[in-house]
Structures are given as C-alpha cells and as structure tokens.
Design a protein around this ligand. Structure first.
Ligand SMILES: [Zn+2]
Length: 330
C-alpha cells in the first residue's frame, strides 16, 4: 500500500484562516450515522486512533506507557487557533462513539480528516492544518508527530521485533536522518536551515550522495534480473536492446527514441537495459515525465526532480544546476 506524507503550502491569501475556514477543510469528529452513513463507516474503519492508553497498553503508539500521538485529544466546543497559530479542532461532547476491540472511542480519538478525500479514497488519510510560517524548524516542531507516525512500526517490522521500543528522541533522530537523506539526494541539506534540528552524527558523511544512491545496488541481483528478462525478450526488443547497449558500452553515445503503443514492452526494454548496465557496476538514471511512469522503473525519478526542471516551464526557464561539488565529482 503506497504511503505518503505531504506538506502543502498555501497561497498567500489563504495563510491566515479563521476557525470557519479550517472547519470547511478539516474535521475531527465522528460523523452522524443517520445523516452521513457512508462517511460514518469510513471514518469508523480508517480514522479512529487506538484503543491505546490504559485500555491497550501494547498498542503501537505506546511509548514509555504513554500514547506518543497524544490521544485522546482534548474535547472542544469549537475549532480555535492559539497565539502561535496552532489549531485545536472542534471535538464536541456529542455522545457519539465508535467501538473498536470492545472499547468505545469518542471524538477525542478521531484522526483529523477531510470529508471529500475520505469519500473519494476510502483510506486512512490524515489531514492537518499546519502552522502559519515558512520557517522549516517551526513546521518541523508542529508536524514531527505526523511525519514520524509510522517509524516505530517500520523499525519493528524491519528488525522482526514487535516489542521493540524507541524513545521520542530516537524516533525524531531517525526522521531527521531520513529527511537529510532525501535532501542530499536532491543536492541539498539541512545545513541550509541553521535553526532546524540536525540528526545525530550529522556531517560525518563525506561522499557524493547522488553517486552513492545510484550505485547502491547488488551487482549479482542485477545480473540475475538481466538473465530473467533476457529469457523473455522478443526479437524486436532484442534488436533495440543490443543497439542501445552497444552505444553505451562502446561509449559512442546517441539519442534513441523508442516508440510504441501502451503494452508493447517499452518499460520491459528499459528494465532489461538498466539491469544490463548496472550489472557492470555503472550508473543508469531512469527518468520519466510523470511520477506514475517513474514508479514503473527501478530507482525511477521524474525528469523534473532529477534534473531540476521547473514544473511551470517557460522560454526563460533553466534547469537547476547541481552543486559545484557534485558536478566536479560527476
Ligand atoms: Zn495512542
């Protein structure tokens, strides 16, 4: 199941919302069963936190005997925004509850959601109003809980230790490391923002992350993948494959345009070529014009992300250059 954390920055005019503005977008209450039966079912299935706390001390959210997500949230008659711009959502005492594992959960356990997104995607989708600032450290302070909500779960699965526990500091450190890795892969770093907290061991790394990322595969696996694909390749595909591979391995260069309708095996050819070249310990940059197409290719990225092409390109647009260090090493 795909999983994403998305921070959307609003246009200037939408930055200082009233409580009413927030209520139009975000809800943190159990819907009315009779008025909104469909939404009631989805919220009940996907958006109720817990049970945790005294009712279920071993729930994934429990860290040192406390819910790390601070559920249940305080109940409020209406949505309000505090002096720092943090919203407290309306969570009324209305007698509604959802029963999970025999425990009745009230509005204090609703993970904030957007009605339209819930009805459209029918999946767990937490929507939160962020704080009114562009300062990354303030955004981090306001959102780290949400950004880190799956870290303990992932670590438990990775290590095969379902009872593993991490402190809040360790969880934050892992998240900051992940953020730093994403930034480094895009030629940036947390160093750019002096007020942002930094992960431990920050700055120990002296390589070129772009190159390391691209070489971070097992050559034998690439060989096996190549053998597997070559056993299925058609004669026509093989013709294309050999011609392009020849241009790469003999360093003769070239631009090739592979044309075909959907389902004719273009992606198959890209995969066969990628595995052939990577099995020789070389770098392949797979890019596609859309994120969906990029997902079909191993380590695929959008051309916009890989080469820093602006999304709204005009005749004056140029690509964002990689940093001087990275160019030197490339
Ligand atoms: Zn909890």
């Amino acid at each position: 199941m795909p999983h994403a954390h998305i921070l959307a920055f609003m246009e200037k005019g939408s930055k200082f919302p009233t409580a009413d503005d927030i209520d139009k977008i975000i809800s943190a209450e159990i819907p009315d069963k009779t008025v909104d039966p469909d939404l009631y079912v989805i919220v009940g299935d996907c958006m109720m936190h817990g049970p945790c706390g005294a009712a279920k001390k071993d729930n994934v959210c429990m860290v040192n005997g406390k819910c790390s997500k601070m559920f249940p949230k305080p109940l409020n008659i209406r949505t309000s925004i505090d002096a720092n711009g943090f919203p407290a959502y309306m969570r009324r005492i209305d007698g509604r509850f959802i029963e999970k594992n025999g425990i009745r959960l009230d509005n204090g356990f609703v993970v904030p959601y957007n009605r339209d997104l819930m009805l459209r995607y029918r999946a767990h989708m937490n929507v939160e109003w962020c704080v009114q600032t562009r300062a990354p450290h303030v955004v981090w302070e306001a959102t780290w809980e949400y950004l880190t909500d799956d870290i303990l779960y992932k670590k438990r699965r990775e290590t095969g230790r379902p009872d593993m526990n991490l402190t809040i500091e360790q969880i934050k450190n892992i998240a900051l490391n992940e953020i730093e890795n994403y930034l480094l892969s895009n030629g940036r770093s947390l160093k750019k923002w002096p007020h942002m907290p930094k992960p431990e061991n920050f700055g120990d790394y002296n390589g070129n992350r772009l190159i390391d990322d691209e070489l971070n595969y097992v050559v034998e696996d690439q060989l096996k993948e190549n053998e597997r694909l070559m056993a299925m390749i058609t004669d026509e595909q093989r013709g294309v494959y050999e011609q392009i591979l020849d241009a790469v391995l003999n360093d003769s260069g070239g631009v090739f345009f592979l044309y075909g309708y959907g389902g004719t095996g273009k992606t198959f050819v890209y995969r066969a070529l990628s595995s052939a070249i990577r099995s020789k310990g070389l770098i392949v940059l797979n890019t596609a014009s859309s994120g969906i197409a990029a997902l079909l290719l191993e380590r695929g990225r959008t051309a916009h992300s890989r080469f820093g092409i602006p999304i709204d390109a005009d005749e004056f647009s140029t690509c964002r250059k990689l940093s001087q260090d990275q160019i030197m090493q490339n």
